[in-house]
Design a protein around this ligand. Structure first.
Ligand code: DLL
Length: 432
């Protein structure tokens, strides 16, 4: 499997660390000189670019949070005049204003390189026909993967998301070999392909998935349905978009583009920096961004950093599969639950399908948790005792994993909502 930039991706750890330090000094100086908000925050915290002598000196700097980007809407954190900007993207988020990100020509070149690396690592090559089923638009997924895949020489099919039957027809007629989408959309498309009896004519061999979390069990289900290798990559618009990190076929964490991003893990409650291998919130500092340099951006994503050479030959540090977002964590009757824990239980229980919904509510001052999941075989609905046994099995497996008693509702196949982009599986009725 080719490595896109072996000089960097397979470099000695100490060489990467020196490059990071050199770039960190320059990037913090640049942000301080060009973004008033950064300068004011640094001055208030009595730190400045001159305080960076080693990589860990970044810990002296204050964090940046999403609200600061919203307050600076639209261009308050930009470090360059608009004439140097060649692209704008934005992330909508569930509440409030968009966060807007800009790119200079150099930012776009770097972004393309970073995505080319994750696309190669994930298994795509110049021989592939890559169907991009991420939305094209303000979301960074479509355009991000587009330029990265073109860079490695793949034939890109920019379908964008939606119109699922057409996706399947194109996949079959064009002979697509790589699918780019969210994992939940990949599942939905697999179901559509089965219904259209098109699976046998589809040649997909690799899936490059991202934009949302998924469990190992979900990956296994996708790989089985499509008969493909499924790898995932990670990124966020505030930092650049996709391309921050990506898996190789070893599936042992996502290789970080360390020459462009400095990653830390912190305790989300105290802000304390945690050592490698410990789980916490990912914090990212950009090392080369021109348009919107970021110092210690709190991603809210929960992961851990792993080091050591990978069997694929890359030496770059990796982040583990994202366990969830700290703001997605549900607190039900005082117990912390990540939706991914529920997904793992459901996906490893035979007899039910991969589509589910989680509803949290409150009855008589007590939190309630309902898990709705589709049966894989509708005829079970007529066999009451079997149905009850299955429901009880799921309930007790859930209880031993999440320590909370959930109401399990089994529904007919193909009745729960399907997603063409990022799945929205949790409804918290206690909010708002
Ligand atoms: O989702 C960028 C992206 C697009 C990455 C396509 C990979 C592929 P945003 O819309 O700003 O950007 O959303 C960023 O999505 O903070 C995570 O919570 C989540 N996310 C992205 N990739 C993964 C992943 C894009 N592989 C937010 N696993 C991030 C888990 C992910 N969560």
């Amino acid at each position: 499997m080719p490595i896109f930039n072996p000089e960097i991706e397979c470099a000695k750890e100490s060489d990467i660390a020196s490059l990071q330090l050199e770039r960190l000094k320059a990037s913090v100086q640049y942000a301080y000189d060009h973004v008033a908000h950064v300068r004011e925050k640094c001055d208030a915290a009595h730190v400045g670019p001159g305080d960076i002598h080693k990589l860990s000196d970044i810990q002296k700097f204050p964090f940046t949070v999403k609200d600061e980007m919203r307050e600076a809407y639209p261009y308050g954190l930009f470090a360059v005049p608009m004439r140097d900007i060649v692209r704008l993207h934005a992330s909508s988020g569930t509440t409030g204003r968009h966060t807007v990100v800009g790119y200079t020509r150099k930012d776009l070149d770097i972004w393309t390189e970073c995505v080319a690396r994750v696309a190669s690592a994930g298994g795509a090559t110049a021989d592939d026909i890559a169907q991009i089923s991420f939305g094209y638009g303000l979301f960074t997924g479509g355009f991000g993967l587009h330029y990265g895949l073109e860079k490695i020489g793949a034939a890109v099919v920019p379908v964008s998301s939606g119109n699922t039957q057409r996706q399947i027809n194109l996949m079959r007629d064009f002979g697509s070999t790589v699918l780019v989408s969210t994992p939940s959309y990949a599942l939905y498309m697999a179901e559509a392909a089965e219904q259209m009896d098109a699976m046998k004519d589809i040649k997909l061999r690799v899936g490059l998935f991202g934009g949302e979390g998924s469990t190992e069990e979900m990956r296994a289900a996708i790989e089985k349905k499509w008969g493909m290798l499924a790898t995932e990559n990670y990124g966020l618009s505030e930092i650049i978009g996709p391309g921050v990190a990506g898996e190789c076929p070893e599936k042992c964490g996502m290789h970080i583009a360390e020459d462009h991003f400095l990653l830390e893990i912190i305790n989300p409650e105290t802000g304390e920096v945690l050592p490698d291998g410990e789980w916490g919130e990912l914090v990212i500092t950009t090392l080369t961004r021109e348009a919107v340099p970021m110092i210690r951006y709190r991603t809210r994503d929960i992961s851990c950093i792993m080091r050591g050479k990978c069997a694929c030959g890359r030496t770059s540090a990796r982040i583990a599969k994202i366990r969830g977002r700290s703001d997605d964590m549900l607190i039900v009757r005082g117990v912390n639950i990540f939706p991914s824990q529920i997904e793992s239980v459901l996906m490893s229980t035979p007899g039910i399908g991969p589509h589910y919904e989680i509803v949290v509510g409150r009855e008589k001052f007590l939190d309630t948790l309902e898990v709705k999941v589709e049966l894989s075989d509708a005829s079970l609905l007529e066999r009451f005792s079997e149905l009850e046994r299955l429901r009880e099995r799921i309930r007790s497996r859930l209880k031993s994993t999440i320590l909370v008693d959930a109401r399990v509702t089994l529904v007919e196949p193909s009745t729960l909502k399907r997603f063409e982009g990022k799945a929205q599986r949790v409804t918290d009725l206690r909010k708002g």
